[in-house]
Design a protein around this ligand. Structure first.
Ligand SMILES: Nc1nc2c(ncn2[C@@H]2O[C@H](COP(=O)(O)OP(=O)(O)OP(=O)(O)O)[C@@H](O)[C@H]2O)c(=O)[nH]1
Length: 769
C-alpha cells in the first residue's frame, strides 16, 4: 500500500465536513452509437469480451453502472486496471505511480501518475459475459483521498451500484466509513471486495467482522480464499462449490479446478451461513430453502442474492488480490449478477410547475428528456460536461434547456469516455452517462428537452475546512489567474476563492491542504502562472453558548431621507442534535412578528443582515454555526425605513449584542489513524499525545499496530514529516474530519488576540495609505 506520507510532503491535513442525509440516484452508461458495443462470446475467463462495435441497440437489462470506492490506497485503480485488461479494453496492465514508467490508465492526469493517487474520477466502459449474456459495464473510478471527496459524491449520485473495496490487511478504515455513509446517502447497492489477500497479515474473517460491526452491513462471504498471504492461489465459490485458479499472462486465464480437500469443510460452513442468511431475508428463497435445503441450486441462490442486494438489505462479500491478479473475473461476474440495471433503480425529480412535487422518472427513451450535468471538466479544447440521462434521449443537433437559466443549448458533440480518451457518438438514451462538448454550464444543472420543467435535487457539497493565501507574482499573469480560478470553481464546488476584505489577500478554501496544493500546482503547470502560496490556515468556527435578548434601533439622519429600522428579538444556540443537517450553514432565522409594525417586505432584509454577520464572527473572523436569530418586535418609519435600513439594523444588533451571547471558538477535530511497525507503538502514541491528541484505540495485526486518536487539526501540521522521521518511512496515517469542538481557554485567547492584532495592523495600513 502506498503510504499516505509518501504521496506528497504537502499531504498533511485531510478532512471533510459532516455528512447530512439526502439523495437522488440512478444511472448508467451505455453505448448508443449506431450499434453500441459488442463482445467476444467467450464465457468465463481470459479476456471474455471486447470493445468492438455491435449493430443493435443495447438492452437496458444488461447494463451495469458502477463506481469503485474505498479508503485511500485500497487498490481501486489497480483493480480497475485489471478489469479493463480482462475485458479487452486495454492491451497491457500498468501499475499506479508510474512504477513501470507508464502509470495506470485511469490516472490520466500527470499529477496523478506522479503521485500515485487518484485526484479526479474517471469514466470508462467494458463488456463482460456471464451466464450466457453480454453485460455492458460502465465504471467510474473515484479518488480515495478525503480531499477529493466531492468526486465520490458526484459519482455515487448518478450510479446504480458500487464495489466497496476493503484492504484485506487493514480492514475497515476511517475512510471506508465515509464511503459507506456516502453509499447509504445515495441508496447505492454494493458488492464488497476484500483486496490484497496476498499481503502479510491478510485476514478476511477480521474484515468480515469489521464490516458487520463497524459498518453494520448485512454481509456474508460468497467465497473462501484458497490460501492467504504468499500462498494465496485463488478463490473458491461457495455457491457453485467450484475453485478458481488464475494462470496465464497476468492471471487472464481463469481455470475451474476441484475444491482442494483441505478447504472442503470451510466451503460447506460458509455456504450454510450464506443460505441461512438468505432464507432469513428473502421469503421466496426461504420457501425454496425449506424444500431443498442441501440441494439449493446456484440459480436460486444467485437470484436471492440479487434481490437482496438491490433492496440494500444484503451485500455479498468477494475477495482476492488485484495486484496478484486473483479473483477479479469473479468480481465481474458478481457485478453483472447482483447489481441492478438502470430500470431497477428508482429516480425522482422535482416538478417546478407543481410546487416542486416529487415525480418518479422512468428509464424510457421515449419519454421527454431529463438529464443531469453531474461533473464538469475543463480541457484545453473546451468544457466537457458529464451527463446522466434519467429519461428520454439525446441526439446530436437537438437543443436542450437549462432548468436553472431556462436557456436553450444546441447539442454539438456527444462522447463516450474511456478515461481521458473520447469516442464520439450520435445519440444517447435514458440510462446513459455520456460527456457533451461545447456546453458551458455549472455542475449540478438539470436539462430537459423543454417539454418538462423538472429538476433533480443537487448533490451534497461539504463545507471548506482549510484556507490558503495565494499570490500571483506579476500583474501580467492576473488574467490567466482569474481564468484558471473560474474554471476550477466551475469544475469543483468544494473549491472556493475570495478576496479577504480586510487584508486584500486572495484566499483559496477547500477540503484540505492537498486539495489546495493540487490547484496551485495545476495553475503552475496548466496555466504557466508562477503562484506562491502562504501557510495553510485552519477554518475555525464560532458559536454562542447562551440566549441573549437584543433591542436595537438603527437611525441615521443626514439631511434628506434618513434611515430607520428598529428590531427586537434574541439570539440563541441551537443544540447540535437540532442543527439543520446542511454542513456549514447551520444558521436559522425566524420571524415571530405579528401585525404590521415592521412591514413583511422588510423581513428578508433583516434575515440577510443576520446571515451576512454570521459569515464572520467577531472573535476570530470565522463563520458562525448552530445559531438561531429571532425577531419578534420592532418598528418601521413610513419614509425613512428601507431594505438597507433593516439590514443595517440587523448588523447593528449583532455588533452590539453578540458578545453577550457567550461566543466561543470551535476547532475541527480529526479522527486520526496511524499505522506503524509493532515495535514503534510507543513512539506513535507519544507523537499523538505531544500534539494534544487523545488515543481512542490501539490494535495489533501481524507486525503492525494501528493507533486511533482524536487530534485538533491545528495540531496536525507537519505530522507527515514527523511520522516519516520517527518510523524511518515505514509508518503511515490518514485523518478525516470528526467534529467541531470548543477550544481550550488559553488557545482561544491566542486565536482571538492574533485576529485582533491582524485587524489593527490592517486598519493602520489602510489609514497610512
Ligand atoms: N500487495 C498488494 N498490493 C496492492 C494490491 N492492490 C493494490 N496494491 C497496491 O496498493 C497501492 C495502492 O493501490 P491503488 O490501486 O493506487 O489504490 P487506490 O485505492 O486506487 O488509491 P487512491 O485512488 O489514491 O485512493 C499500490 O501500490 C498498489 O500496487 C493487492 O492486491 N496486493
Amino acid at each position: 500500500m502506498a503510504k499516505i506520507c509518501d504521496l506528497t510532503a504537502a499531504v498533511d491535513e485531510i478532512f471533510s465536513g459532516p455528512l447530512p442525509f439526502y439523495a437522488r440516484r440512478g444511472g448508467h452508461l451505455l453505448d448508443s452509437s449506431p450499434g453500441g458495443l459488442q463482445c467476444r462470446a467467450q464465457s468465463g475467463n481470459a479476456s471474455n469480451a471486447s470493445s468492438a462495435v455491435p449493430s443493435g441497440p443495447l438492452e437496458l437489462q444488461t447494463v451495469r453502472n458502477i463506481g469503485i470506492s474505498a479508503h485511500i490506497d485500497s487498490g481501486k485503480t489497480t483493480l480497475t486496471e485489471r478489469i479493463l485488461f480482462y475485458t479487452g479494453r486495454i492491451d497491457e496492465i500498468h501499475e499506479v505511480g508510474k512504477r513501470d514508467g507508464e502509470g495506470a490508465k485511469m490516472d490520466s492526469m500527470e499529477l496523478e501518475r506522479e503521485k500515485g493517487i487518484t485526484i479526479q474520477s474517471a469514466a470508462t466502459y467494458c463488456n463482460w459475459n456471464v451466464d450466457d449474456k453480454t453485460h455492458h459495464i460502465n465504471i467510474i473510478d473515484t479518488p480515495g483521498h478525503i480531499d477529493f471527496t466531492i468526486e465520490v459524491e458526484r459519482a455515487l449520485s448518478v450510479l446504480d451500484g458500487a464495489v466497496l473495496v476493503v484492504c484485506g490487511v487493514s480492514g475497515v478504515q476511517s475512510q471506508t466509513l465515509t464511503v459507506d455513509r456516502q453509499m447509504r446517502r445515495y441508496n447505492v447497492p454494493r458488492v464488497v471486495f476484500i483486496n490484497k489477500l496476498d499481503r502479510d497479515g491478510a485476514d478476511p474473517p477480521r474484515c468480515l467482522n469489521m464490516l458487520r460491526n463497524k459498518l453494520g452491513l448485512r454481509t456474508c462471504p460468497i467465497q473462501v480464499p484458497m490460501g492467504l498471504e504468499s500462498r494465496h492461489r485463488g478463490v473458491i465459490d461457495v455457491i457453485d462449490r467450484k475453485a478458481y485458479a488464475f494462470d496465464g499472462y497476468k492471471g487472464s486465464e481463469r481455470t475451474e479446478i476441484d475444491v482442494p480437500p483441505e478447504f472442503a469443510e470451510q466451503v460447506e460452513v460458509t455456504r450454510a451461513e450464506l443460505l441461512e442468511t438468505l432464507a432469513d431475508l428473502d421469503d421466496e428463497f426461504a420457501e425454496h430453502y425449506l424444500e431443498h435445503e442441501a440441494a439449493s441450486s446456484p440459480e436460486a441462490i444467485h437470484a436471492a442474492v440479487r434481490r437482496q442486494t438491490i433492496q440494500r438489505t444484503f451485500s455479498p462479500m468477494l475477495m482476492g488480490s488485484a495486484y496478484k491478479n486473483k479473483g477479479v473475473q469473479n468480481l465481474l461476474d458478481a457485478v453483472c449478477r447482483y447489481l441492478p440495471n438502470p430500470t431497477e433503480v428508482r429516480n425522482v425529480a422535482l416538478d417546478q410547475d407543481n410546487d416542486e412535487e416529487t415525480v418518479e422518472l422512468s428509464c424510457d427513451p421515449k419519454k421527454p428528456l431529463v438529464a443531469l450535468a453531474f461533473k464538469i471538466q475543463d480541457l484545453p479544447t473546451g468544457q466537457l460536461t458529464y451527463m446522466r440521462l434519467y429519461q428520454g434521449k439525446l441526439q446530436k443537433g437537438m437543443s436542450i434547456t437549462n432548468m436553472t437559466t431556462q436557456k436553450k443549448h444546441p447539442i454539438k458533440r456527444i462522447f463516450r469516455m474511456h478515461s481521458n480518451e473520447m469516442r464520439p457518438v450520435d445519440t444517447a438514451a435514458a440510462g446513459d452517462i455520456v460527456a457533451l462538448g461545447g456546453l458551458e454550464v455549472a455542475s449540478g444543472t438539470t436539462f430537459t428537452d423543454g417539454r418538462l420543467r423538472y429538476t433533480m435535487t443537487t448533490m451534497y457539497v461539504p463545507p471548506p475546512v482549510m484556507s490558503l493565501a495565494i499570490k500571483v507574482s506579476t500583474r501580467g499573469e492576473m488574467d490567466r489567474f482569474s481564468k484558471a480560478i473560474g474554471k476550477f470553481q466551475r469544475e469543483d464546488p468544494t473549491f472556493h476563492v475570495h478576496t479577504d476584505e480586510e487584508s486584500k489577500e486572495i484566499i483559496m478554501s477547500g477540503m484540505g491542504e492537498l486539495h489546495l496544493e493540487i490547484y496551485a500546482e495545476r495553475m503552475r503547470r496548466e496555466y504557466n502562472i508562477a503562484v506562491e502560496t502562504g501557510a495553510p490556515k485552519v477554518n475555525f468556527r464560532e458559536t454562542i453558548t447562551t440566549k441573549c435578548d437584543y433591542d436595537y434601533t438603527h437611525k441615521r439622519q443626514s439631511g434628506g431621507r434618513g434611515e430607520y429600522g428598529k428590531i427586537i428579538g434574541y439570539f440563541e444556540p441551537i443544540p447540535e442534535e437540532d442543527a439543520p443537517d446542511d454542513g456549514e450553514d447551520s444558521i436559522i432565522f425566524e420571524s415571530q412578528l405579528m401585525g404590521n409594525d415592521i412591514p413583511p417586505s422588510y423581513i428578508p432584509s433583516i434575515e440577510k443582515g443576520f446571515r451576512e454577520c454570521a459569515r464572520k464572527g467577531l472573535l476570530s473572523g470565522h463563520p458562525l454555526i448552530n445559531t438561531k436569530f429571532v425577531v419578534h418586535d420592532g418598528k418601521a418609519h413610513e419614509v425613512d425605513s428601507s431594505d438597507q435600513a433593516f439590514r443595517n439594523a440587523a448588523e447593528g444588533a449583532f455588533r452590539n449584542f453578540y458578545m453577550d451571547a457567550g461566543p466561543v471558538i470551535l476547532e475541527p477535530i480529526m479522527a486520526v489513524e496511524v499505522t506503524v511497525p509493532a515495535d514503534q507503538q510507543a513512539v506513535a502514541v507519544t507523537s499523538i499525545t505531544r500534539r494534544k491528541g487523545s488515543v481512542t484505540n490501539t490494535s495489533q495485526r501481524a507486525e503492525t499496530v494501528t493507533v486511533q486518536a482524536e487530534v485538533g487539526l491545528k495540531d496536525m501540521f507537519g505530522y507527515t514529516a514527523d511520522i516519516r522521521s520517527f518510523t524511518q518511512g515505514q509508518g503511515e496515517y490518514t485523518m478525516e474530519f470528526l467534529c467541531y469542538r470548543q477550544m481550550g481557554g488559553s488557545e482561544q485567547e491566542e486565536v482571538v488576540n492574533k485576529y485582533q492584532e491582524q485587524r489593527l495592523a490592517e486598519l493602520k495600513a489602510r489609514r497610512g495609505r
